[in-house]
Design a protein around this ligand. Structure first.
Ligand SMILES: [Zn+2]
Length: 80
């Protein structure tokens, strides 16, 4: 029974070694971020949630996360 486990473990190790050798990373560079550097986040003037600028709904100088919040307009204080 243990032999089977050992074989499975060995297979996993070999598999990872082969995969690791194929996708060798360059040494010395900083890790790459998935987010684009030009991706700016803007704050919804109604609910305050942050959304990517290109996905934000713009109304004049205000920005919103969705059309309903644009229609609702900027929030006026708490509990409004
Ligand atoms: Zn919102």
């Amino acid at each position: 029974m243990f032999r089977l486990l050992l074989l499975a473990l060995l297979a996993i190790v070999v598999y990872r070694l082969v995969r690791g050798a194929r996708s060798a990373r360059p040494v010395g560079g900083p890790p790459r971020h998935r987010a684009l550097p030009e991706q700016r986040m803007v704050r919804c003037d109604h609910c305050g949630v942050f959304v990517p600028e290109r996905e934000a709904v713009t109304d004049g100088e205000h920005r919103y996360c969705s059309p309903p919040h644009r229609d609702a307009g900027p929030s006026r204080g708490r509990g409004g």
